[in-house]
Ligand binder design. Structure first.
Ligand SMILES: N[C@@H](CCC(=O)N[C@@H](CS)C(=O)NCC(=O)O)C(=O)O
Length: 219
């Protein structure tokens, strides 16, 4: 039997939860290793050996160490092409290119404003950090513009990269989950016909529901 891969970090982290959702879609066995970020364990010399930027997640598969959640997800899909959800990262070059295109859109256009909003609106109050209203307004505006593009695309296809749920959709789950469920800005998504329908569909996947359960168990 294959040794379970190791994921280091708390499921509450958006980047960790992206990797967990991918592992569950691909039906790959894993061991979650808790990292206490409030105690600064992600900055310890031992952790920096596997994640030199001192961030979560870090990932190990036997002798291989990786960081960057989206790269870890791509690796899992390539290595386990025949396991679990076989189409998660596409099965031909054109579908793969389309998934990559939307993965890049997530990383380059969607994540910058949405991660600022997740921190400012969901985490800062819990951490008793003062919110920056100007930054919030600026990023609500940026995210709304990005979501106009999504609304148009999702009017033409069921999921971002075509008719099937893919890694591109999965990668949007962590930030969108917090914005819809832990802030008062959920209408950015739910008020849009196509984006709202898409969010309803991707957030109902068993893999994501399991990640949310894991998050609840750690709060
Ligand atoms: N691009 C990285 C981002 C990782 C990241 O920002 N992780 C956050 C938690 S979601 C973190 O470790 N923050 C603590 C810090 O930066 O010190 C990835 O996708 O893995």
């Amino acid at each position: 039997m294959a040794t379970p891969v190791k994921v280091y970090g708390p499921p509450l982290s958006t980047a960790v939860s992206r990797v967990l959702a991918c592992l569950l879609e691909k039906d790959v066995q894993f061991q979650l290793i808790p990292i206490n970020m409030s105690k600064g364990e992600h900055k310890s010399p031992d952790f920096l050996k596997i994640q030199p930027f001192g961030q979560v997640p870090a990932f190990q598969d036997e002798s291989i160490s990786l960081f960057e959640s989206r790269a870890i997800c791509r690796y899992l899909c390539e290595k386990h092409a025949e396991k679990g959800n076989k189409g998660l990262y596409g099965t031909n070059p054109l579908v793969k290119a389309s998934i990559d295109q939307w993965l890049e859109a997530e990383g380059q256009s969607f994540n910058p404003p949405s991660s600022v909003l997740v921190f400012q609106l969901a985490f800062a109050p819990r951490m008793k950090i003062k919110q920056d209203q100007a930054l919030i307004n600026q990023n609500v505006e940026k995210l709304a513009k990005v979501l106009e593009v999504y609304e148009k695309n999702l009017g033409e296809s069921r999921f971002l990269a075509g008719d099937d749920f893919s890694l591109a959709d999965l990668s949007h789950l962590p930030n969108t989950h917090y914005l819809v469920n832990a802030t008062a800005r959920g209408e950015l998504f739910t008020s849009k016909k196509n984006v709202g329908r898409w969010w309803g569909e991707i957030s109902s996947r068993d893999s994501w529901k399991k990640v949310v359960d894991m998050q609840k168990q750690t709060t």
